[in-house]
Ligand binder design. Structure first.
Ligand code: NAD
Length: 449
């Protein structure tokens, strides 16, 4: 699904005009089907800490061609910058500067990933160095070319750089599954979880419920979770019944026609699961709507509809499932994963979307609270898509749509698949150490952080 401008830039005439006029030149972003290997070789691991050695060994274990410096290295595909032991800003340069000279010769679709520790408030110089990594990663995200991305993993003190959550996040960020995740820092706060036996099918034997699965991002989530090995229950409103059947037939999934805002939604879902003896390992709260209006023209029906679908329904469903039986024991499996759909509008706000941004900022707070409530029983996180090519963004007026689509470091809209891949990563057994976070899937959208 390539937009008309991007198709034009790939014609002979388009290439000339784009170059002469300095217009946006969106690169082709390889996805998992185009580049299935987990790491684009060769990978250079920078840093000299014990953690850097462990990460290099982990990458070798994945079959990667690992180097420890750039000298005489052919066109580098991936760079892992290990900064876990920096104790003052002046120490950063020695580790990161070797990458400066290699930036222009990185392979198309290259990956840079930093591994660092979060600031703790205990040591001025160490916190300044740790905090500085954020500015470095976000700037590299803006400066990477030809579809390359730069992201960071912040690993809490006491958690090993090879802990399941770190390994799972590193593998995701280095792979083509993270094609539209750029300029982000993902925090791994505990060493909970386990590495999957099969990296490509981490959800084998798991069952997932996806709401709003009849089309768009929800249908893409269903397809991705299916490809990762999950059994699926797919929910959508009765009015989308025929679209939902198409997806459930394609994936041999179980359909559940239900309006998530109906008063009985929680009870009906529980009854449905009990009748079929289904326990859920994964809950993806994707159903969402927009009813845009400038706030000066906002009406109660538009406001209420968005709040009801995008956030209140999520709270009711989660509360109902968690209180079914003994702490949800008969409908929810141990080591639960909840992933909800936020939006970059909820981070930065967006003209004409006061209702939507309120609901999506609410989602981010909801997953943070839910992760705390779940404790060792599982985890909850959110994804915040930026501009994704779907029916929802297809309704934006053409000029506004074209501007929104280009306003990110990758100069293009993302695909529903990109959001789905990030959700697949957050649902994996190894992601237990990610707690209450919102991961942006926005190509480093120019709005917000
Ligand atoms: P979409 O409109 O294409 O699909 C939404 C689905 O949710 C539809 O199948 C719809 O029938 C279903 N749904 C709506 N109300 C429901 C209800 N009351 N009960 C059950 N199902 C209901 O939207 P999309 O673009 O695929 O968006 C999916 C999610 O991603 C939403 O939460 C949206 O806010 C979020 N999101 C999308 C974008 C984007 O660029 N498309 C950006 C940020 C966030």
């Amino acid at each position: 699904m390539t937009d008309a401008y991007t198709r034009f830039t790939r014609t002979a005439l388009g290439r000339q005009i784009v170059k002469k006029a300095g217009l946006p030149n969106p690169a082709r972003l390889p996805r998992q089907a185009d580049r299935p290997e987990p790491v684009l070789d060769p990978v250079v691991v920078l840093g000299s800490s014990a953690g850097a050695d462990e990460v290099a060994a982990l990458l070798l274990d994945w079959g990667a061609d690992v180097r420890r410096r750039f000298e005489e290295t052919p066109r580098v595909g991936s760079v892992v910058v290990v900064l876990d032991e920096v104790s003052a800003p002046r120490e950063l340069g020695e580790i990161v500067l070797p990458l400066a000279g290699a930036m222009r010769s990185l392979a198309p679709g290259a990956r840079v990933v930093t591994l660092s520790r979060p600031a703790t408030g205990e040591d001025l110089a160490r916190d300044a160095a740790r905090g500085g990594v954020e500015g470095f990663v976000r700037t590299l995200g803006h400066e990477m070319r030809r579809g390359g991305t730069a992201n960071g993993i912040q690993v809490a003190d006491g958690v090993a750089l090879t802990a399941p959550g770190v390994a799972t996040t590193l593998r995701f960020l280095l792979s083509a599954r993270s094609a539209f995740v750029d300029g982000q820092l993902i925090e791994v706060s505990t060493d909970a979880g386990r590495r999957p036996q099969q990296w490509d099918r981490p959800l084998e034997g798991k069952t997932a419920l996806v709401t709003g699965a009849a089309r768009g991002i929800g249908a893409a989530i269903a397809r991705t979770l299916d490809s990762l090995g999950a059994e699926l229950v797919l929910l959508d409103v009765p009015a989308s019944g025929s679209e939902l059947s198409r997806v459930t037939n394609e994936l041999r999934a179980t359909p559940l026609q239900l309006d998530v805002t109906s008063e009985a939604a929680g009870a009906r879902t529980i009854a449905f699961l009990r009748e079929r003896g289904i326990t859920l390992d994964v809950l993806v709260l994707n159903a969402g709507i927009t009813r845009d209006k400038m706030f000066a023209n906002m009406t109660a029906d538009r406001w209420d509809a968005v709040i009801a679908v995008n956030i209140s329904s999520q709270i009711s469903l989660v509360e109902a499932l968690l209180s079914a039986g003994d702490d949800g024991a008969d409908v929810l499996a141990e080591d639960l994963r909840v992933v909800s759909l936020a939006s970059t509008s909820g981070i930065a706000g967006n003209r004409g979307q006061a209702n939507y941004a309120t609901s999506k900022a609410g989602v981010m707070a909801l997953v943070a609270a839910l992760a705390r409530r779940l404790g060792e029983r599982g985890t909850a996180n959110a994804v915040a898509p930026g501009f994704i090519e779907t029916d929802m963004t297809g309704r934006i007026p053409p000029l506004q749509r074209e501007i929104a689509r280009r306003a990110n470091s990758l100069q293009q809209g993302g695909l529903p698949l990109d959001v789905a891949e990030t959700i697949g990563f957050l649902c994996a057994p190894g992601a237990a150490g990610l707690r209450g976070q919102t991961v942006r899937v926005c190509g480093q959208n120019m709005v917000g952080r």
